[in-house]
Design a protein around this ligand. Structure first.
Ligand code: SF4
Length: 210
Protein backbone atom coordinates (compact mmCIF):
# COMPACT_ATOMS: atom_id res chain seq x y z
CA UNK A 1 0.00 0.00 0.00
CA UNK A 2 1.53 3.29 -1.12
CA UNK A 3 1.18 6.19 1.36
CA UNK A 4 -0.33 9.54 0.38
CA UNK A 5 3.06 11.13 1.06
CA UNK A 6 4.77 8.78 -1.43
CA UNK A 7 2.04 9.41 -4.02
CA UNK A 8 2.70 13.14 -3.71
CA UNK A 9 6.43 12.63 -4.20
CA UNK A 10 5.73 10.56 -7.33
CA UNK A 11 3.37 13.30 -8.61
CA UNK A 12 6.24 15.78 -8.20
CA UNK A 13 8.75 13.46 -9.89
CA UNK A 14 10.88 13.29 -6.74
CA UNK A 15 10.21 9.57 -6.71
CA UNK A 16 9.46 7.51 -9.80
CA UNK A 17 7.95 4.03 -10.28
CA UNK A 18 11.11 2.24 -11.34
CA UNK A 19 10.51 -0.95 -13.28
CA UNK A 20 14.12 -1.82 -14.05
CA UNK A 21 17.49 -0.26 -14.68
CA UNK A 22 20.40 -1.81 -16.51
CA UNK A 23 23.60 -1.06 -18.34
CA UNK A 24 23.61 -2.33 -21.88
CA UNK A 25 24.06 -1.39 -25.53
CA UNK A 26 21.42 0.79 -27.17
CA UNK A 27 20.00 -1.49 -29.84
CA UNK A 28 17.82 0.86 -31.88
CA UNK A 29 17.85 4.06 -33.85
CA UNK A 30 20.59 6.68 -34.17
CA UNK A 31 22.57 5.66 -31.06
CA UNK A 32 22.53 1.96 -31.89
CA UNK A 33 25.73 0.35 -30.62
CA UNK A 34 26.33 2.91 -27.86
CA UNK A 35 26.75 1.73 -24.29
CA UNK A 36 24.13 3.36 -22.09
CA UNK A 37 22.39 3.02 -18.75
CA UNK A 38 18.68 2.36 -19.23
CA UNK A 39 16.11 3.54 -16.73
CA UNK A 40 12.71 1.99 -17.38
CA UNK A 41 9.89 3.86 -15.67
CA UNK A 42 6.57 2.10 -15.09
CA UNK A 43 3.23 3.49 -16.25
CA UNK A 44 1.70 3.72 -19.73
CA UNK A 45 -1.90 3.94 -20.85
CA UNK A 46 -1.27 4.19 -24.59
CA UNK A 47 -2.18 0.51 -25.03
CA UNK A 48 -0.35 -0.64 -28.20
CA UNK A 49 -1.61 -4.19 -28.79
CA UNK A 50 1.88 -5.35 -29.86
CA UNK A 51 3.68 -3.72 -26.90
CA UNK A 52 6.62 -5.86 -25.77
CA UNK A 53 6.71 -4.37 -22.25
CA UNK A 54 3.08 -4.72 -21.19
CA UNK A 55 4.29 -5.45 -17.68
CA UNK A 56 5.30 -1.77 -17.53
CA UNK A 57 1.74 -0.48 -17.97
CA UNK A 58 0.55 -0.63 -14.37
CA UNK A 59 2.72 1.85 -12.47
CA UNK A 60 1.47 0.47 -9.14
CA UNK A 61 3.46 -2.71 -9.75
CA UNK A 62 6.74 -0.81 -9.76
CA UNK A 63 8.27 0.54 -6.55
CA UNK A 64 8.34 4.32 -6.09
CA UNK A 65 12.08 4.97 -6.00
CA UNK A 66 13.83 8.21 -4.97
CA UNK A 67 15.33 9.97 -7.97
CA UNK A 68 18.58 10.42 -6.02
CA UNK A 69 18.94 6.65 -5.79
CA UNK A 70 18.24 6.19 -9.52
CA UNK A 71 20.85 8.80 -10.43
CA UNK A 72 23.40 7.36 -8.00
CA UNK A 73 23.03 3.95 -9.66
CA UNK A 74 23.18 5.34 -13.22
CA UNK A 75 26.35 7.36 -12.86
CA UNK A 76 28.25 4.33 -11.55
CA UNK A 77 27.94 2.86 -15.04
CA UNK A 78 27.66 5.47 -17.76
CA UNK A 79 27.36 9.13 -18.61
CA UNK A 80 24.82 8.24 -21.31
CA UNK A 81 21.41 7.54 -19.85
CA UNK A 82 18.32 6.40 -21.75
CA UNK A 83 14.99 7.02 -20.03
CA UNK A 84 12.31 4.71 -21.35
CA UNK A 85 9.16 2.95 -20.25
CA UNK A 86 6.33 2.49 -20.23
CA UNK A 87 5.72 6.07 -21.15
CA UNK A 88 8.16 8.15 -19.09
CA UNK A 89 6.31 11.40 -19.81
CA UNK A 90 3.44 10.05 -17.72
CA UNK A 91 5.55 11.57 -14.95
CA UNK A 92 7.29 14.89 -14.40
CA UNK A 93 10.86 14.31 -15.59
CA UNK A 94 12.20 17.65 -14.31
CA UNK A 95 13.85 16.40 -11.13
CA UNK A 96 15.36 13.30 -12.74
CA UNK A 97 16.85 15.12 -15.71
CA UNK A 98 18.11 18.07 -13.63
CA UNK A 99 19.85 15.64 -11.30
CA UNK A 100 21.42 13.67 -14.17
CA UNK A 101 22.54 16.89 -15.84
CA UNK A 102 24.25 18.02 -12.63
CA UNK A 103 26.29 14.81 -12.87
CA UNK A 104 27.26 15.63 -16.48
CA UNK A 105 25.12 12.96 -18.14
CA UNK A 106 23.85 12.96 -21.69
CA UNK A 107 20.16 12.15 -21.36
CA UNK A 108 18.04 10.45 -24.00
CA UNK A 109 14.33 9.72 -23.91
CA UNK A 110 12.22 7.20 -25.79
CA UNK A 111 8.66 8.47 -25.82
CA UNK A 112 5.37 8.21 -27.64
CA UNK A 113 4.99 11.95 -27.02
CA UNK A 114 1.44 11.40 -25.80
CA UNK A 115 1.94 13.61 -22.74
CA UNK A 116 3.35 17.07 -22.10
CA UNK A 117 7.10 17.11 -22.34
CA UNK A 118 8.96 17.77 -19.12
CA UNK A 119 12.68 17.58 -18.35
CA UNK A 120 15.78 18.53 -20.29
CA UNK A 121 16.92 16.16 -23.01
CA UNK A 122 19.99 15.82 -25.19
CA UNK A 123 18.21 13.41 -27.48
CA UNK A 124 14.50 12.86 -28.02
CA UNK A 125 13.43 9.71 -29.82
CA UNK A 126 9.79 10.20 -30.70
CA UNK A 127 7.94 6.98 -31.45
CA UNK A 128 4.37 8.05 -32.18
CA UNK A 129 1.43 5.74 -31.75
CA UNK A 130 -1.78 5.96 -33.77
CA UNK A 131 -4.07 5.29 -30.84
CA UNK A 132 -2.75 8.20 -28.75
CA UNK A 133 -1.05 10.76 -30.94
CA UNK A 134 1.84 12.93 -29.76
CA UNK A 135 1.23 16.38 -28.33
CA UNK A 136 1.98 18.93 -31.09
CA UNK A 137 4.74 20.59 -29.02
CA UNK A 138 7.07 17.60 -29.21
CA UNK A 139 7.35 17.32 -33.01
CA UNK A 140 9.82 20.21 -33.54
CA UNK A 141 11.92 18.97 -30.61
CA UNK A 142 12.38 15.39 -31.82
CA UNK A 143 15.90 14.37 -32.92
CA UNK A 144 14.71 11.09 -34.34
CA UNK A 145 11.32 9.83 -35.41
CA UNK A 146 10.94 6.08 -35.04
CA UNK A 147 7.78 4.64 -36.52
CA UNK A 148 7.00 1.02 -35.76
CA UNK A 149 5.74 -0.86 -38.81
CA UNK A 150 3.28 -3.56 -37.84
CA UNK A 151 1.33 -3.64 -41.11
CA UNK A 152 1.36 -1.93 -44.50
CA UNK A 153 -0.99 0.85 -43.36
CA UNK A 154 1.74 2.09 -41.03
CA UNK A 155 3.73 3.56 -43.94
CA UNK A 156 0.99 6.15 -44.47
CA UNK A 157 1.02 6.94 -40.76
CA UNK A 158 4.81 7.26 -40.91
CA UNK A 159 4.57 9.87 -43.67
CA UNK A 160 1.90 11.83 -41.78
CA UNK A 161 4.17 11.91 -38.75
CA UNK A 162 7.29 12.79 -40.77
CA UNK A 163 5.46 15.85 -42.12
CA UNK A 164 5.26 17.21 -38.58
CA UNK A 165 8.89 16.95 -37.42
CA UNK A 166 11.76 19.34 -38.19
CA UNK A 167 13.98 19.02 -41.27
CA UNK A 168 16.84 17.88 -38.99
CA UNK A 169 14.91 15.00 -37.51
CA UNK A 170 16.24 11.59 -38.58
CA UNK A 171 13.53 9.28 -39.86
CA UNK A 172 13.43 5.58 -38.99
CA UNK A 173 11.11 2.73 -39.86
CA UNK A 174 11.38 -0.20 -37.49
CA UNK A 175 9.60 -3.51 -37.92
CA UNK A 176 7.45 -4.62 -35.01
CA UNK A 177 9.39 -7.57 -33.64
CA UNK A 178 6.72 -10.28 -33.85
CA UNK A 179 5.92 -9.33 -37.44
CA UNK A 180 9.45 -8.57 -38.62
CA UNK A 181 9.79 -11.36 -41.14
CA UNK A 182 6.64 -10.26 -42.95
CA UNK A 183 7.32 -6.53 -42.76
CA UNK A 184 11.06 -6.41 -43.40
CA UNK A 185 10.86 -6.91 -47.19
CA UNK A 186 8.22 -4.15 -47.38
CA UNK A 187 10.37 -1.82 -45.28
CA UNK A 188 13.47 -2.49 -47.37
CA UNK A 189 11.53 -1.79 -50.54
CA UNK A 190 9.98 1.37 -49.06
CA UNK A 191 13.30 2.80 -47.85
CA UNK A 192 14.96 2.15 -51.20
CA UNK A 193 12.16 4.06 -52.91
CA UNK A 194 12.01 6.75 -50.20
CA UNK A 195 15.59 7.19 -48.99
CA UNK A 196 14.79 10.00 -46.56
CA UNK A 197 13.89 7.04 -44.30
CA UNK A 198 16.39 4.66 -42.66
CA UNK A 199 15.82 1.16 -41.32
CA UNK A 200 16.03 0.66 -37.56
CA UNK A 201 16.34 -2.86 -36.18
CA UNK A 202 16.08 -4.01 -32.59
CA UNK A 203 19.64 -5.27 -32.71
CA UNK A 204 19.69 -5.97 -28.96
CA UNK A 205 17.11 -8.69 -29.57
CA UNK A 206 19.31 -10.29 -32.23
CA UNK A 207 22.25 -10.03 -29.82
CA UNK A 208 20.17 -11.47 -27.00
CA UNK A 209 20.96 -8.62 -24.62
CA UNK A 210 18.43 -6.55 -22.64
S1 SF4 B 1 3.64 3.49 -25.86
FE1 SF4 B 1 5.34 2.05 -25.63
S2 SF4 B 1 5.10 1.19 -23.53
FE2 SF4 B 1 3.17 2.19 -24.07
S3 SF4 B 1 1.90 0.56 -24.91
FE3 SF4 B 1 2.91 1.53 -26.66
S4 SF4 B 1 4.82 0.35 -26.99
FE4 SF4 B 1 4.03 -0.17 -24.92
Amino acid sequence: MISEETKELVEKGVMLPLMEEFYTIQGEGFHKGTAAYFIRIGGCDVGCHWCDVKESWNADLHPPTPVGKIVENAVKYSDTVVVTGGEPLTWDMTVLTNSLKKKGCKIHIETSGAYDITGIWDWICLSPKKIKLPKPEIYPLAHELKVIIFNKHDFKFAEEQAAKVSDHCILYLQPEWSNREKMMPLIVDYVMKNPKWKVSLQTHKYLNIP
